[in-house]
Design a protein around this ligand. Structure first.
Ligand code: NAG
Ligand code: NAG
Ligand code: NAG
Length: 244
């Protein structure tokens, strides 16, 4: 009885404390419902500042979180990729995906003058069924930029403009990074703060028009922000994605 009482107490405490929990460390991560929220401050040796990410709520397939950051120096260097990664939306070949609906409603609660940052999906595919992002298992990194402020650019060079996918117009950038290819769709008409799409439309486009093999496995879907310099408070009111 005593053990039971203690474990129930511990379980309810964990549930409450996970809400609004703030991550401050360089590579801190937090289990957050269907997702994992991570600080991923991989590039901070190029700058001076700090970043904190706060889980606001996680329920079913929905997540809400906030990242506060301030970075100076290294204006052309990404400092971090504060992000959420879906724990199970992966492990399926692109050609076998029937639907991949996603919704992302976000805003800047505050942003400094001259902010340089993107708000983006980072989607990873490869030959093996599973593989961590940015590893030897990665073949493609597919980015979707819903915002890119301050004149920042994706990896590589722009190869197309005005590509129509999921009701929006995109400029497509392409280039190599380490052992994988980066394909970045950058919104051609400014910020998209309320994004609703089927990611299958992007996958189908890449298979049909950009030589991506339909046998590539989806290995990870992440969404977050890459700050370069400035300071901001980015609020994700709600994000979700599912793949079947
Ligand atoms: C978490 O933060 C939100 C928004 O700031 C607030 O409305 C909510 O009450 C907080 N929840 C907890 C458990 O502190
Ligand atoms: C992050 O948290 C630390 C420790 O609480 C604080 O000193 C720092 O100012 C915070 N940074 C931002 C950008 O909010
Ligand atoms: C995602 O969130 C939107 C907006 O709240 C909701 O309409 C939609 O049903 C959700 N979709 C999934 C796949 O969870």
């Amino acid at each position: 009885m005593r053990f039971l009482g203690i474990s129930i107490l511990a379980a309810s405490f964990a549930l409450v404390s996970a809400q609004n929990k703030t991550l401050t460390g360089k590579f801190d991560c937090l289990a957050a419902g269907a997702y994992t929220l991570c600080q991923n401050q991989w590039g901070i040796s190029a700058g001076v500042g700090s970043q904190n990410s706060t889980l606001l709520s996680a329920s079913g397939n929905d997540i809400s979180w906030r990242t506060d950051w301030t970075w100076a120096n290294g204006p052309n260097s990404v400092k971090t990729y504060a992000n959420v990664l879906h724990n199970t939306a992966k492990g399926i070949q692109l050609g076998n995906i029937k639907t991949a609906p996603t919704s992302w409603d976000w805003t800047y609660l505050s942003e400094s003058q001259g902010i340089r940052a993107d708000v983006s999906y980072d989607i990873w595919t490869g030959v093996p069924q599973s593989g961590d992002p940015a590893t030897s298992a990665s073949s493609y990194e597919i980015m979707i930029w819903l915002s890119g402020l301050g004149g920042i650019q994706p990896v590589g060079s722009q190869i197309l403009s005005g590509v129509q996918i999921a009701g929006h117009s995109w400029n497509l950038w392409k280039g190599p990074n380490a052992n994988w290819q980066v394909l970045s769709f950058v919104s051609a008409n400014g910020e998209i703060r309320d994004f609703n799409a089927d990611l299958k439309e992007f996958f189908d486009y890449l298979v049909k028009n950009q030589g991506v093999a339909s046998t590539q496995f989806l290995q990870a879907i992440q969404t977050g922000t890459e700050p370069f310099v400035g300071s901001a408070s980015l609020l994700i009111n709600n994000f979700n994605v599912s793949v079947s």
